[in-house]
Ligand binder design. Sequence first.
Ligand SMILES: NC(=O)c1ccc[n+]([C@@H]2O[C@H](COP(=O)([O-])OP(=O)(O)OC[C@H]3O[C@@H](n4cnc5c(N)ncnc54)[C@H](O)[C@@H]3O)[C@@H](O)[C@H]2O)c1
Length: 299
Amino acid sequence: MKPRIRKVAVIGTGTLGTQIAVHSAYHGYDVSAYDADPRSMGKVLRMIQVRIANSNRKPAIPLREIERQAKKIRISSTIEAAVRGADLVIEAIPENLKLKRRIFKVIDLSAPEKAILATNSSSIPVSRIESATHRPEKCLNLHFYSLDLGRNMADVMGGKKTTRQVLETGKEWVRSIGCVPLTVKKELLGFCFNRVWRAIKRETLHMWARGYVDFKDIDRGWMIWTGMSQGPFGIMDAVGLDVVYGIEMVYYNQSKDRRDYPPAALKKMIEQKHLGVKTGKGFYTYPNPEFKSPDFLKA
Ligand SMILES: NC(=O)c1ccc[n+]([C@@H]2O[C@H](COP(=O)([O-])OP(=O)(O)OC[C@H]3O[C@@H](n4cnc5c(N)ncnc54)[C@H](O)[C@@H]3O)[C@@H](O)[C@H]2O)c1
């Protein structure tokens, strides 16, 4: 029998965790959450306002609803309390394998035996995390995109032992919160669409860091070509440059190919706390980045 999802626990309520928790609440799930920083969700809700204001895309649910649903989420003071009674636990903590394995172990020890454990990692296949638990068959990747910018989709990928039932339940749950599942048939670093986006990130970051072009011209080209309201650098600012760096390191650690190593110039920005929208400065300055100006795309 396919497991039923009623209660969802989200561990890590940063940029993505908050959005996943809010959407789950909006679609009728009983949601609890834990974050090492209790102020995290409040900070993200303020940041989401800036992100939406800088995009021509509508959020998957209206901003007013996002704020209303956030109030329904039970914030726990420990992981153990957050996952109590959960049918599905989603981890959305920083992109660091060691940390994710450590947290998965804690989740596994506290969550009900029936619970499915998902990681929202942007690049780490769950097969590298599942052995930290006693239930590898119930572990999977559910990688969401920025729901606040209307990117209502999620890559879905199993690990070495994930059962078909668990994958189907994961997909069904993704649909039930208004998102389109993108299925990965064989394990692939970067999953489905996220690997496509990653190729764009790597290429554009190196073009900029090696001084070939101004990052704004890449964004201009992208915006004219696609009709989007931001280019790759604006999008990376929205994701968080520390998160982008962490993802690039996962690719490098897999390939050991110097061409995959994230540019030193990106590291320098992170050291200066220029992380993008979340710190008010990244490639652009927020809340009014230059790409929003009507002059940005003027001939
Ligand atoms: N930012 C994006 O657009 C995006 C998109 C898809 C997937 N992801 C993935 O989601 C995950 C989280 O990314 P994010 O952008 O939301 O990061 P973030 O930095 O915005 O949030 C991470 C949160 O985890 C919390 N945290 C850190 N250590 C913790 C711990 N030990 N226990 C509990 N909470 C802890 C932090 O306080 C923070 O609130 C990463 O794996 C990332 O690759 C991010």
